[in-house]
Design a protein around this ligand. Structure first.
Ligand code: ATP
Ligand code: MG
Length: 341
């Protein structure tokens, strides 16, 4: 079978894949369900739906946490099977993977080994810093931009990148993402209403409400367990409660953004002040988030189209462009690898 090139954006919440041969992007939740801690029961979106609903002998595992791989074997199994189920698994293919920059060498190498030593028998694995993939994904002319600020609000992390003339000037991986917002929502509902809801319900609440741009009187009915009676029941949650829960983790992201702008060299900062901040990642879909950030940071904020697919679209462009491929991808086996960083 002819060789293919895949672009992989391996996220804490979702895996996004670009398939060159089919010229197609697909995505699947980064989740695996095990039976009796031994057998794989289901994977991807199907496994995610089982979370909090499955019987006790089914355990739902998230192989990544805060942007890095924590269950290597499970992740490798998941990736191999996702590629296979899509019938696009051709051995000896090339892989280009987007990785976060602000992680240890060991954590970065884990992404590399995951693909290189997988069932896919990769011919080669090349790495792109995710901040660069993101910038290319929304169409920035990165080689000529003097200052770009990108905040990727993902499922387990918020990655902040400052770019200038095709290179990363600053990068920080803040360990706050969708799952932290969801647990903040669930815990405030538990405290204030004495009502227990799960992570998926909290996520639905966060997604249903335009948390930062709607009337505070709106309510949404959810199912859970009344902590006083212990009985499963339903209750109405106010939008203001969801908003209050999300404020604290979001403020931590805002502080990180402010401090990164403060640390940016003045001439790069001027470029950023003119164009503002670009939001990518799934959380950027939250209605009202850009306005909230604009008000708290004092710079223009733009949400890119399909923000959660921005990095994988960047990988697509990198794979399809010889110039980008040469300049922006590297192998961890290259002799000059340590000089490239
Ligand atoms: N339309 C939407 N409205 C609100 N939230 C959304 C929407 N779409 C996705 N999300 C949230 O975005 C998060 C996933 O974003 P994304 O796919 O960028 O994360 P990831 O790349 O898997 O994680 P990370 O980059 O942190 O490792 C989830 O928490 C999900 O609930
Ligand atoms: Mg991501």
């Amino acid at each position: 079978m002819a060789r293919n090139i895949y672009g992989l954006d391996l996220g804490t919440y979702e895996i996004k894949v670009f398939d060159k041969k089919k010229d197609r992007i697909w995505r699947e939740k980064n989740v695996i369900a095990m039976k009796d801690k031994r057998y794989i029961f289901s994977i991807g979106d199907e496994a995610y739906e089982m979370y909090e609903k499955a019987p006790d002998n089914i355990q739902v595992v998230f192989p990544m946490k805060n942007g890095v791989i924590t269950h290597f074997d499970d992740m490798q199994y998941l990736l191999g099977n996702l590629l296979k189920t899509d019938r696009q698994f051709s051995r000896g293919s090339e892989y280009v993977i987007a990785v976060p920059t602000d992680v240890t060498e060991v954590e970065k190498k884990a992404f590399y080994d995951l693909v290189l030593h997988s069932e896919a028998k990769a011919k080669s694995v090349r790495i792109v810093e995710r901040g660069l993939a993101d910038a290319i994904g929304f169409g920035a002319d990165i080689m000529n931009e003097k200052g770009l600020f990108i905040a990727n609000f993902g499922g387990g992390t918020t990655e902040l990148s400052v770019l200038s003339y095709g290179g990363l000037v600053l990068n920080r991986l803040v360990k706050i993402g969708g799952e932290h917002f969801d647990s903040a929502v669930a815990s405030l509902v538990r405290h204030n209403e004495e009502f227990l809801i799960g992570r998926l319900t909290a996520e639905r609440l966060r997604r249903e409400f335009g948390v930062f741009d709607e009337d505070t009187g709106r309510r949404f009915t959810v199912f859970g367990r009344d902590l006083l009676t212990g009985v499963p029941s339903q209750m109405d949650v106010r939008i203001s409660l969801v908003r209050a829960a999300m404020k604290e983790p979001l403020e931590e992201c805002v502080r990180a953004i402010r401090s990164m702008i403060d640390r940016t060299p003045p001439d790069v900062r001027r470029g950023i002040e003119a164009k503002g901040i670009y939001l990518t990642g799934g959380i950027a879909n939250l209605r009202g988030l850009s306005t909230y950030l604009e008000e708290s940071i004092g710079l223009p904020v733009t949400t890119v189209p399909d923000p959660e697919l921005c990095a994988v679209k960047g990988l697509q462009k990198i794979i399809l462009s010889k110039a980008y491929y040469k300049k922006l991808t590297y192998s961890m086996l290259d002799e000059d690898y340590r000089w490239l960083r």
